[in-house]
Design a protein around this ligand. Structure first.
Ligand code: DQQ
Length: 469
């Protein structure tokens, strides 16, 4: 069904064909990691949402599986929107939002409910006969009521949902249950301080404990750009706080963006069996160009990343399993760069590790570029005076910015996969996720303002880690 595979990714989860957006139901069940995703199999555009599905033993090699949820039943007539998965007694339960349109003159309106489907083999899902599990939003809510994420604590199940309060502000609301079937409304645990500052709707909330803190990860809609922050149409970020389960009060700090790139949205996390908190996101954004639509597909998920709490921020690093993607070391060197050094000539599926010692006595500027003979596709500049990174893309009008703490050595880890680049700076302190489009194999170069000794390693990565059967 694909007319051309020029932009197809080699180790990022996508669908065999058609459109995908948010990751859903990310979990570990019966020896496999499972990830589902919002999917429209009938075209490369967003349409009535299905749940696509892939599974993996190692978070690296993925096997594409049949569509898990198809919309069109009474409780999900116009879409099976985002949601999550949880295991109980050997059964895998999916919780998802049923989407419903209704017309009113020229305007189209919608309403949303919460539904469940279950499976014993992790492949075939049966919609629960008594759906919906939550028929409508609570009284003090608008029709924005979606994206259930379910977890268990001390024998009680909790569901957090993205919503909008009657006051028009985004908020996260919680339900609780003894058995995953009957749900009681607990109430909002956090809401936007203002429309411009924190948005009118909080999509895809996730709530978990990490290193002793409670983290609310979410994707607010409608925040206004402030200086160099919140520049995407919608953002994904987090609040760090403390949750009191007895009073259902979450005391939290301010909103931080999780990834400063153009193409990162709608995260979901799961716990690995060894206790790591792993996050994955949609590696695109609504306003991004998607030329792969001409080829019959659109969208992918990011590589899985481990979350850690450090300096009162979330750090994101590629999961360690991704080292098994390395099939060949193409280069490994410590060298002096006077002006520009080409690190990879024909990038396709590559990982680059670059370490640059910083001198505090003089001004240094570095530029990492991904370019073809015609175009600078992605340019990332850094200055040691400001500790700021500025990212520029050839197909976008606007820049992206991020700042790191002062350090003695800059360390970059870059993953390239045909039409995506994910740049991890200083062990995940700052991350940029971007798509790029070229039919040439681009070069990756490093330019310096002053002569500079650097160490670097370049790997060729496996580029058929996702099997579509
Ligand atoms: N996309 C889904 C919604 C979610 C939004 C629909 C975020 O459930 O709120 O595809 O991208």
């Amino acid at each position: 069904e694909l007319t051309n595979t020029r932009y197809r990714l080699g180790y990022h989860v996508s669908a065999p064909s058609g459109w995908i957006n948010d990751p859903n139901g990310f979990c570990y069940f019966d020896g496999y990691y499972h990830v589902f995703f919002q999917h429209h199999p009938h075209s490369a555009e967003w349409g009535p949402m299905h749940w696509g599905h892939a599974r993996s033993k190692d978070l690296v090699h993925w096997e594409s599986l049949p569509i898990a949820l198809t919309p069109g039943d009474k409780e999900d007539e116009d879409g099976c929107f985002s949601g999550s998965a949880i295991e109980k007694d050997g059964v895998l339960y999916l919780f998802y939002t049923g989407h419903h349109y209704y017309g009113d003159g020229d305007k189209e309106h919608f309403w949303q409910n919460q539904n469940m489907a279950y499976s014993t083999d992790g492949i075939h899902f049966t919609k629960y006969e008594n759906n919906p599990v939550i028929a409508k939003e609570p009284g003090d809510n608008t029709h924005h009521f979606r994206d259930p994420k379910v977890w268990e604590k001390d024998g009680v199940y909790y569901m957090i949902l993205g919503s909008q309060g009657e006051d028009g502000l985004g908020r996260a609301i919680v339900y609780s249950s003894e058995d995953l079937l009957e749900w009681d409304y607990v109430g909002p645990i956090s809401k936007a301080t203002g429309l411009k500052t924190e948005g009118f709707m909080w999509e895809c909330p996730d709530f978990f404990n990490l290193d002793g803190k409670d983290i609310l990860l979410l994707s607010p809609q409608g925040m206004h750009a402030q200086g160099k922050d919140y520049l995407n149409l919608f953002q994904t970020g987090y609040f760090i706080g403390n949750h009191d389960y007895t009073t259902a009060e979450f005391t939290r700090g301010e909103f931080h963006e999780l990834d400063k790139g153009h193409d990162f949205y709608a995260t979901q996390t799961t716990l690995a069996p060894d206790g790591r908190r792993i996050v994955i996101a949609w590696m695109d954004m609504w306003e991004s160009p998607m030329p792969e639509q001409e080829d019959g597909w659109a969208g992918a998920l990011t590589i899985p990343r481990e979350l850690r709490l450090k300096n009162n921020h979330l750090y994101m690093t590629p999961v360690k399993e991704l080292e098994t993607l390395r099939v060949e070391e193409l280069n490994h060197d410590t060298t002096t760069v006077t002006k520009e050094l080409c690190l990879v000539k024909e990038a396709l599926s590559n990982e680059l590790l670059i370490d640059v010692p910083l001198k505090h006595s003089e001004e240094q500027e570095l530029i990492i570029s991904l370019k073809t003979s015609e175009n600078d596709l992605v340019l990332l500049t850094y200055s040691n005076k400001t500790n700021e990174f500025i990212l520029k893309r050839n197909d976008k009008d606007d820049l992206r910015y991020g700042t790191i703490q002062s350090c003695d050595e800059l360390s970059l880890r870059v993953f390239i996969d045909t039409s995506s680049i994910e740049i991890f700076i200083n062990d995940g302190e700052l991350v940029f996720t971007e798509r790029f489009y070229t039919e040439e194999k681009p070069e990756v170069c490093l330019s310096v303002s002053e002569e500079q000794t650097i160490s670097y390693t370049v790997y060729r990565l496996e580029n058929d880690a996702v099997s579509y059967n």
